[in-house]
Ligand binder design. Sequence first.
Ligand SMILES: CC(C)(COP(=O)(O)OP(=O)(O)OC[C@H]1O[C@@H](n2cnc3c(N)ncnc32)[C@H](O)[C@@H]1OP(=O)(O)O)[C@@H](O)C(=O)NCCC(=O)NCCSC(=O)CCC(=O)c1ccccc1C(=O)O
Length: 282
Amino acid sequence: MSPPDFDHAPIHWQTDKASDYQDIYYHSAEHIAKITINRPEVRNAFRPQTVRELIDAFHRAHLDPDIGVIILTGAGELAFCSGGDQRIRGEAGYQDDIGVEHLNVLELQRQIRTLPKPVVAMVAGYAIGGGHVLHLICDLTIAADNARFGQTGPKVGSFDGGFGAGLMARTVGLKKAKEIWFLCRQYDAAEALAMGLVNTVVPLAELETETVAWCRQMNRLSPTALRVLKSSFNADTDGLAGIQELAGNATALFYTTAEGQEGRNAFLEKRAPDFQQFPRRP
Ligand SMILES: CC(C)(COP(=O)(O)OP(=O)(O)OC[C@H]1O[C@@H](n2cnc3c(N)ncnc32)[C@H](O)[C@@H]1OP(=O)(O)O)[C@@H](O)C(=O)NCCC(=O)NCCSC(=O)CCC(=O)c1ccccc1C(=O)O
């Protein structure tokens, strides 16, 4: 008899009743937060309000010490996200309720990169345009077998020359990244797996179960090791901001040591610090 598979057991999400999001859902259970773009009528395209709410939800999951891993997904089976809502695209960005034009998804991208917890994209259906970039930014991607991936920028008069181009090239290689952007083709889940764009492909009916299993496995590991690894993977791509994130982790760890605390204590006690007591390790 095989042992019980707790990783794939059902999960019972708690809905957050306190938040008044219009465009997203926030669920949590077992140290996992699940953030869902809920605009299925437009294949989960985002508007400035959607992005504002996503930033708020990620901030919340970031600050919650009970959350170890975050899932980003889209409502329904037809799409993860179809990028910026083209119906409200103005002359210089996406218009909010009072007509101000934004490209605030770029802020969300940076937030997911620097958030010190693993973020997993759970993709059913289309991940297209800015929605494709969002899954790319996430640390891992679990795809359903109905997933379809691609960029449309040069077709609809847009492009993402930041992470959308640079991180794509580092993920799938330069030639493939240029193909994705220059030809605006769509790729099925098997092709995405073959080019290293996703981590695994599962039947649609098993998408959430498998994603949760991966999250449960990560939640059993050292949060500090995962945190420092994430910033290490991102450091060179993200330049000084990446080094800042990695170094910030070193500073936070240093603060927890007696050596780091000696400096603070000496200042508060108005005496000279005694760093001679600490070893110069090889
Ligand atoms: C996603 C599709 C391939 C799905 O096709 P299909 O299943 O056949 O459904 P449709 O009938 O086409 O769509 C159903 C319904 O949804 C509407 N819709 C779909 N996508 C959008 C959208 N992005 N905006 C608005 N509305 C959308 C569609 O019109 C239908 O509505 P009806 O009323 O029923 O007609 C297909 O829908 C598709 O190709 N969609 C468009 C994909 C696209 O081109 N997206 C925009 C890419 S550009 C972008 O995302 C920029 C983002 C950004 O902010 C940015 C800015 C600066 C730098 C970087 C970025 C960045 O990329 O992040």
